[in-house]
Design a protein around this ligand. Structure first.
Ligand code: ZN
Length: 475
């Protein structure tokens, strides 16, 4: 089961990158945001597959390491894999120097410094050996718990930096954990000390806005947004707006988001703090709020949760919107009455999501539906997903909202790759695009004053920015 999940997630990753990265050059800093976006879509990779075995660490020793120390900087590792698919342009080639480990000044005539890129199949022991260090050194370094917990999970493609004195004694070892964190191992009298050096990330607010001509994707790019930021924006409104079928020319968006800087250099986008989307004249606004328990979520300006029981779009819109054809909108909607479902035309392999939490009540094949999945949500609602090329869940399994349950295809009675989606309430087919659903829960009464206090300035800024843009474009 785990193996299967991994396979499907790596497949999704490949598919997702292809259309997005094909024709776009990214700034270095945006890559982190892309990685974040990919994670948001639930595409976090299984982290176990690429880890290297480390000699000398037993299961018992591992069990002693607290869980939080074992967890990996997933964002960074994803971010660092992505550049392989990208052609750097000359203006951005200088930025990866943030990857160089921070190190104390040392007299260079006595210290020899070697950077080793970790290859697939390497172990800590094999790398040490190749650099002329002994098994004793490996042992001594990994006696330090901090060093051990990190170095047992070194990854291909990352770098280990060794510094040795003139006689070949290992003095320092560096391993970069994330864009601003480096493990620094230092020889001391009775072994090695290790600590993770962390440089502070500065967050600045930025604003972006755009008017949609043909797709959210293109308008977002035009506004200077990274792919990750576009995905985040769509996810905020994904319970209210169907980004495949609802979006129209002249829809517009505006957002305030965080930009992250390290030593004054842009390294990537952070979270969206406030956003607005106008869809066919309807204004949707959202603001990010961290409640007193520390949970961060998006709310309407009056404090209702943006999160709802059903997603509007049961497919990944990023596969579709980049080659979006406005002519295709209306005919699809008109077809609803004829066949009691909504069709999403999308390339074969486009991930299909569970619209809400539920239980799989069918995962099967017949000559009409092709490969299909039905999900029961509570007592009264069933959603149906037909003509899949592949199913990703089996009968009886519980699924979470947004979980991939299959992939678009053209199996059964189908003429072109598409998802046929049905929404059934108490046995009656309803149009999922217009059906009234329960209102989202409002924010806790006790939180209201704090919510007001924290979110009003953001919403005011969003308004002010938009006025500024409007005035500039008029003049
Ligand atoms: Zn259909």
């Amino acid at each position: 089961m785990i193996k299967q999940d991994y396979k499907s997630s790596s497949k999704r990753r490949t598919l997702l990158h292809e259309p997005i990265f094909h024709h776009i050059r990214l700034r270095w800093g945006e890559i982190t945001a892309v990685a974040v976006g990919i994670l948001l879509l639930g595409l976090a990779l299984s982290s176990g597959e690429d880890e290297l075995e480390d000699a000398g660490v037993t299961e018992e020793e591992l069990a002693e390491i607290p869980q939080e120390e074992r967890s990996e900087p997933v964002f960074t590792s994803d971010a660092e894999r992505i550049p392989l698919a990208i052609n750097w342009d000359s203006t951005s080639s200088s930025t990866p120097d943030v990857l160089e480990p921070e190190r104390p000044p040392l007299p260079t005539d006595t210290i020899q410094r070697v950077s080793v890129e970790i290859k697939s199949g390497d172990t800590l022991s094999s790398i040490f050996k190749k650099q002329g260090f002994s098994p004793r050194d490996v042992y001594n370094v990994t006696q330090n718990k901090t060093a051990q917990s990190i170095l047992r999970k070194i990854r291909p493609g990352k770098t280990l930096v060794f510094e040795a004195s003139e006689d070949g004694t290992l003095e320092h070892l560096y391993y970069q954990l994330s864009v601003n964190e480096t493990l620094q191992v230092t020889r001391v009298e009775d072994g090695f000390d290790a600590e993770v050096k962390k440089r502070p990330i500065e967050k600045r607010q930025a604003f972006a806005s755009g008017i949609i001509e043909d797709s959210l994707f293109n308008a977002g790019k035009q506004a200077g947004m990274s792919d990750g930021l576009i995905i985040k924006l769509a996810n905020i409104f994904g319970w209210d707006i169907d980004f495949v079928l609802d979006v129209r020319k002249n829809d517009s968006f505006a957002l305030i988001y965080e930009e992250k800087y390290l030593d004054g250099e842009f390294i990537g986008n952070g979270e969206i703090l406030a956003a607005q989307f106008i869809n066919q004249g309807d204004v949707f606004r959202a603001v990010r709020y961290k409640d007193s328990k520390g949970d961060e979520n998006y709310f309407t300006p009056t404090g209702k949760s943006m999160r709802k029981a059903f997603l509007r779009t049961p497919v990944n819109f990023m596969y579709i919107s980049s080659n979006f054809n406005p002519r295709r909108f209306h005919p699809i909607q008109k077809r609803w009455k004829a066949h009691r479902g909504v069709d999403y035309r999308a390339p074969t392999g486009t991930p299909v999501y569970a619209a809400g939490d539920g239980k799989v009540t069918a995962s099967s094949y017949n000559k009409y539906n092709g490969k299909y999945v039905f999900i029961q949500h509570g007592n009264s609602i069933v959603t149906k997903y037909l003509h899949l090329s592949r199913r990703a869940v089996s009968y009886g399994k519980r699924v979470k909202q947004g979980q991939v349950i299959g992939y678009v295809g053209s199996t059964g009675m189908s003429q072109a790759p598409h998802l046929h989606y049905e929404f059934v309430v108490n046995g009656v087919h309803r149009n999922p695009r217009t059906v009234k659903l329960p209102e989202a829960q409002p924010i806790n009464k006790k939180e209201e004053p704090l919510f007001e206090q924290k979110t009003q300035p953001l919403l005011a800024s969003l308004n002010a920015y938009q006025r500024l843009i409007a005035n500039n474009s008029e003049g």
